[in-house]
Each structure stands twice: as C-alpha cells, then as structure tokens.
Design a protein around this ligand. Structure first.
Ligand code: SF4
Length: 224
C-alpha cells in the first residue's frame, strides 16, 4: 500500500523532531581532537575518524535506534530507583590517557548501596542478548571502572524484541585496559595525520554496521 501525503507528513515531522532532539543532545558535547568518547571507542575506528574530521552525523535509522536506547535507559533508572538508592545517573567521567588525550563520557547508573555494595551499571538495549558481552561494551565499561576506581562493573542488556533482560558482571583486566589505550592512541594518530584508518567494521565482516553507517559513501569499503 502506498503512503498518502498525510502519512508521509507525520513520518517526516517525527524524524525531524528526533533530529532536533539529537542535535540538542549533541550540542552538550563538542567534537574536539584529543577528547574521545567511551561509548564510541569500541566501534569502527574509521567511523570515529570521520566523526572527528567530516563532522558527526547519523542516518534516520540510527537516530531511531539511539532514541529507543535513551528511552530504555530512563526506564531502567526509574525501575532501579523504585527499589534501591541510585547514587548517580549519567555521572560525568574523565580519564586521562596522555597529557593531550582523554576519554570523556557518562556512566549510566551507580547504585549507592545494595547490601553494602556500590554497583556501576551500563545499560545496553539490543535486538538479541549476546552469550557474552560485546567487546565494544566491555571496553566502554573499562573506561568507567578505571576513572571511578571500580574493580568490577555490570553490563545490563535489555532485549527490546522479546523483553528479556540479562546482566553480566565484568572484572577489570589489564588486557582490556591495554586494548582501550591502544585504540585511543591509534584513533588520535590517524586524526593527527588526517588519514583514515582501515575500514575496521568491513574487514571484520560486520557489514550490517556499514549498511547503516552515515559515512558509507565516503568510506566506500567494498561490496555489501
Ligand atoms: S562504512 Fe563500515 S568500515 Fe566504513 S566507516 Fe562505516 S562502519 Fe566503518
């Protein structure tokens, strides 16, 4: 069934509204060389390079996914707040990597006290709960653990398709910390020399990421 003009108009207005919300959110953090984001650092290095050199942009599909995730985050915070004392929501962190490079971001939830213990939690909405947490999320969580001096953190996956929830405990480890530092230094290097790094997602066979990547045309990694 083809869409009529009013259906198209409502879809367009919603997308424009989402775009406006996204721009407001992004205006709170500027894209500056040397300041990198924990939530991006595990994703395709080449995509991050484009964010810093071409400018940040999203496809309308990414925008809907991003906003869905945001809504789920808010709901999780609210639900925890019904039962336990939430110490902070979106606590800002800064992690210095070198004197010219730092990671800056916000950790989703810190539970103040649950049976005498503090919990650092990062929430992820997904279409499928993985058997093990995704490495990109583990790297992100390592930034927060390191910055806030936690030896463990928790990744909470919320399956938006079937309603399942799963929590994974992650213990901070040197191997992940090394990987995190290496990725940041590498990203900064490519931005400094103004040359894109290899098309990481494509080379790792994550073509679904390339298909929704706003930089696909510039990157041109190969057949999808
Ligand atoms: S198209 Fe794929 S490889 Fe290229 S920047 Fe985007 S995600 Fe990375």
């Amino acid at each position: 069934m083809s869409k009529n003009s009013e259906e198209e108009k409502l879809e367009r207005i919603l997308k424009e509204g989402l775009d406006s919300l996204w721009k407001k959110e992004k205006s709170e953090h500027q894209i500056i060389k040397g300041v990198y984001y924990p939530s991006y650092i595990g994703s395709c290095l080449r995509k991050q390079y484009y964010i810093y050199t071409v400018g940040e942009s999203v496809t309308s599909e990414e925008l809907v996914i991003f906003m869905t995730g945001k809504g789920i985050h808010e709901l999780v915070v609210k639900a925890f707040g019904e039962k336990v004392n939430v110490e902070s929501i979106e606590a800002k962190i800064n992690l210095e990597i070198t004197n010219k490079i730092k990671l800056s971001g916000r950790v989703d939830i810190i539970i103040a006290d649950l049976e005498g213990k503090k919990y650092l939690i990062e929430v992820k909405s997904a279409s499928k709960i993985p058997d093990n947490p995704y490495e990109s999320h583990v790297l992100q969580l390592h930034t927060y653990m390191q910055a806030l001096n936690f030896n463990e953190g928790y990744l909470l996956y919320w399956n938006k398709r079937d309603g399942n929830i799963r929590v994974f405990k992650v213990i901070k480890n040197d191997e992940m910390m090394k990987k995190l530092y290496e990725r940041i230094v590498m990203l900064d290097y490519y931005i400094t020399i103004n040359s894109p790094p290899p098309p990481e997602s494509y080379q790792e066979g994550k073509k679904w990421e390339c298909k929704k990547c706003p930089y696909l045309n510039i990157c041109n990694p190969g057949p999808l």
